[in-house]
Ligand binder design. Structure first.
Ligand code: BOM
Length: 141
């Protein structure tokens, strides 16, 4: 459900400010985290992968080898309203994307490519929120 994805993205995005410095992700490279869902968003900056790694760590969603921690990620998603309707599906989508990119040794690059793959999978399944929804909600908060 696109509403759940909107809430999870905004929740996850709360860690962006904290992670900007250590990942070197400038506002020029990504202004707000919800821009992730823009149709024309380009996954080209390694710094974004580093920032997603830092943000995931912040919520304790990664294992020691910087892969998704399945149980913690499922619980994190379930902590949002109606999160249980998407939690399993999201964990499965991310895991399928991890398997596709497992050969990539650099954690930041791998996570960037996993994130892009995850977005594409969400768009295909119709669970990606629209930018209109994201902006409206972001302004209301
Ligand atoms: O192998 C490393 C796993 C990293 C997961 C990357 C997933 C991409 C997340 C970016 C978008 C997030 C929106 C919601 C948060 C879901 C937890």
């Amino acid at each position: 459900d696109v509403n759940v994805m909107k809430d999870v993205t905004l929740g996850f995005g709360q860690a962006l400010d904290k992670c900007r410095q250590e990942s070197q992700l400038t506002e020029e490279k990504m202004e707000e985290f919800f821009h992730f869902w823009r149709d024309d968003f380009k996954f080209e900056h390694r710094e974004l992968g580093c920032a997603i790694q830092c943000m995931s760590r912040h919520f304790n969603l990664l294992t020691d080898s910087s892969r998704m921690h399945h149980e913690n990620t499922e619980q994190f998603i379930q902590s949002f309203p109606n999160g249980e309707v998407l939690a399993r599906q999201m964990v499965e989508l991310i895991h399928a994307c991890e398997k596709q990119h497992d050969h990539e040794d650099d954690h930041c690059w791998r996570i960037l490519h996993v994130a892009e793959c995850f977005k594409q999978a969400c768009v295909q399944r119709g669970i990606a929120p629209s930018m209109e929804m994201m902006i409206t909600e972001f302004i209301m908060e």
